[in-house]
Write a protein that binds this ligand. Structure first.
Ligand code: 3HC
Length: 294
């Protein structure tokens, strides 16, 4: 099946990145956000990234204009009705996701493939809310989407071979390296990454070392590009909290249980970089470690 037009649901951190790379890859792209302000912020994020790319000599100004011409922002769900594939990147909440897929199901032609960028829910839960479970896959991208090469392509018990192959080829056409995953909560990356990130929070709780030294330890000792607490701020503590709860609910294993410090920080609005403060305070450059009173 040929994909010409791409729809993206949500223009937050992940949605804007997905919309950007789709437009960059030459697809007509429509990105829908419920809130006009969030939409504007997301489109500006894309423009800023591309502008930096021009400054770095990664693309020309003419290419940037072409990319932005292919990208259309909207707040109307019906504007996605003519898309060949729709990738959902809304909040990690099963009810919200089911609702939006079920509405789209009634609007889109039969051939449209539905894909979810869920990090931790099982894909079949959403597919079952539509009349097209055979044309439903997981396409899990990584933050920052325009830079990270991986996409997890998830096949459920109902996904047809044709849909899986189309989605896999589509991920490649975006310049990504896809891997095939089973429909298990966390797929490959979060199954391994989430317990590691939660353990880093437990290490802070237990006073194993300072926030900076835990980060330095993993960065310099294992060659990771970011330490775990910096990465948590980058992914978002609220997002990590949602993911951990979903994975704990699914597996009932202690390694996925969100540590109390994570819950407290989320309740306090310390969501990481996006809120300006998490394990680090981003109001200064370089950021300083937040005093959590531990
Ligand atoms: N346009 C084009 N290219 C750009 C660019 C732009 N605006 N901005 C950066 N780049 C390119 C750079 O040129 C560079 O490429 P090069 O090596 O070919 O020159 C590359 O992107 C890296 O950029 P920088 O050198 O500016 O940045 P850093 O080296 O500091 O890397 C990082 C930043 C990529 C974020 C790195 O720190 C990293 O990999 N961190 C870990 C991120 C991670 O683990 N993400 C996964 C999170 S988990 C997740 O998302 C799953 C979810 O379900 C939770």
């Amino acid at each position: 099946m040929e994909i010409k037009k791409v729809g993206v649901l949500g223009c937050g951190l992940m949605g804007s990145g997905i919309a950007q790379i789709a437009a960059q890859a030459g697809y007509e792209t429509v990105v829908r956000e419920v809130d006009d302000e969030v939409l504007k912020k997301g489109l500006k994020r894309i423009e800023d990234f591309l502008t930096k790319g021009v400054q770095k000599g990664k693309l020309t100004e003419a290419q940037m204009t072409e990319i932005l011409d292919r990208l259309h922002g909207t707040t109307k769900l019906s504007d996605l009705a003519s898309c060949d594939i729709i990738i959902e990147a809304v909040v990690e909440n099963i009810e919200v996701k089911k609702q939006v897929f079920s509405e789209l199901d009634g609007m889109c032609p039969e051939h449209t493939i539905f894909a979810t960028n869920t990090s931790s829910l099982t894909v079949i839960e959403m597919a079952a809310a539509t009349k097209r479970p055979d044309r439903f896959v997981g396409l899990h991208f990584f933050n920052p989407v325009p830079i990270m090469k991986l996409v997890e392509v998830v096949r459920t018990v109902s996904t047809s071979q044709e849909t899986f192959d189309t989605a896999f080829a589509f991920a490649k056409s975006l310049g990504k390296e896809p891997i095939a995953c089973k429909d298990r909560s966390g797929f490959v990356v979060n199954l391994l990454l989430v317990p590691y990130l939660l353990d880093a929070i437990r290490a802070v709780e237990n006073g194993v070392a300072s926030v900076e030294d835990i980060d330095k330890g993993m960065q310099l000792g294992c060659g990771y590009p970011m330490g775990p607490l910096t990465l948590l701020d980058f992914v978002g503590l609220d997002t990590t909290y949602y993911i951990a709860n979903i994975m704990f609910e699914e597996y009932r294993e202690a390694k996925y249980a969100p540590p109390p410090l994570l819950r407290k920080m989320v309740l306090a609005g310390l969501h990481g970089r996006k809120s300006g403060k998490g394990f680090y305070d981003y109001s200064t450059d370089p950021p300083k470690v937040t005093d959590l009173g531990l």
